[in-house]
Design a protein around this ligand. Structure first.
Ligand SMILES: C[S@@+](CC[C@H](N)C(=O)[O-])C[C@H]1O[C@@H](n2cnc3c(N)ncnc32)[C@H](O)[C@@H]1O
Length: 278
């Protein structure tokens, strides 16, 4: 991983830990989709790559139960220790933790019944290498399932903020294929990579759901402006007055997505699943 993006994630880690309970609720439908598409069942051993402060690992640990286990990995040590703290808090003893980078997984071939990755693949410096490695450590017939964002313009969770910040900070369009949240936003792109990495029966589906949590627009802005390294960097270049203006304009632009002061954004995520050939 390039060291600047690594340090961005390291700087983000305390905020991801702080907002982990909200993030877990917000993306529970994505976790459920991964569990379903990867065919995760009680008693299985599952690998989570780029698990951040613990999801989907910890929810999957509940799904596989005490006879199964989950290995939660992330490139950033602070993310992994936040995940460990959350597992202890929830009394989960069937989760192991390992700091490691996607593409350099320190596990033997065929170690897991399934491997999952929620909102991680788009940030890997070499996604093809990461997919090949996820397939390597999965047993023959086991599934590799990944969740990535569909296009930003279909996700008000993203565009309500970027449309405001782009008026304050010049934002050049992302280079095609460069690491970033919307790198795999076009249907078919990640599925093709997974197929090229050697997966069989590759399928892709569009998950439409609502990102919901009992938070106010101000709490939403606090979470987004803290957890996103890109956003933090943009805000650093603004004056204190401009930052207040951005916060006010975001609060205005998200209002319709907070009926009764509770967040509910319609969202679209792509779920890609393939099997390790037998
Ligand atoms: C958007 S967060 C997703 C975290 C979590 N899976 C979730 O859905 O809440 C992306 C995560 O990818 C991790 N990451 C970025 N590059 C990585 C790499 N090359 N290998 C492993 N993890 C990486 C970051 O440290 C961060 O925790």
């Amino acid at each position: 991983m390039q060291s600047d993006s690594m340090s961005e994630w390291r700087d983000s880690a305390p905020y991801w830990g702080k907002h982990a309970p909200t993030i877990r609720v917000m993306f529970a439908p994505v976790t459920r989709a991964l569990i379903e598409d990867a065919g995760v069942r009680e008693g299985q051993t599952v690998l989570d790559v780029a698990g951040g402060p613990g999801e989907p690992s910890l929810t999957i640990a509940e799904a596989v139960g005490p006879s199964g286990s989950v290995t939660c990995t992330d490139a950033v040590a602070e993310m992994v220790s936040a995940a460990g703290g959350e597992a202890r808090r929830r009394g989960l003893s069937n989760v192991r933790f390992r700091r490691c980078e996607a593409g350099r997984l320190p596990f033997d071939a065929d170690s897991f019944d399934a491997a999952v990755c929620r909102f991680g693949a788009m940030f890997f410096p070499d996604p093809s290498e990461a997919l090949r490695d996820m397939l390597r450590v999965t047993r023959p017939g086991g599934a590799v399932s990944l969740a990535v964002w569909h296009r930003s313009d279909l996700n008000p969770y993203s565009y309500t903020i970027s449309r405001v910040t782009s008026r304050f900070v010049e934002t050049p369009p992302a280079e095609p294929g460069a690491p970033g949240a919307f790198r795999f936003a076009e249907p078919g792109v990640l599925a093709r990579l997974l197929e090229e990495a050697g997966a069989a029966d590759v399928r892709e589906r569009l998950l439409k759901f609502h990102i919901e949590a009992p938070i106010t627009p101000a709490e939403f802005w606090a979470m987004r402006s803290e957890t996103s390294g890109t956003l933090r960097e943009k805000l650093t270049g603004l004056s204190a007055e401009e930052r207040v203006e951005v916060a006010q304009e975001v609060a205005e632009s998200v209002r319709e997505f907070f009926p009764n002061d509770r967040m509910s954004f319609p969202a679209q995520v792509i779920i890609v699943t393939g099997k390790k050939p037998i």
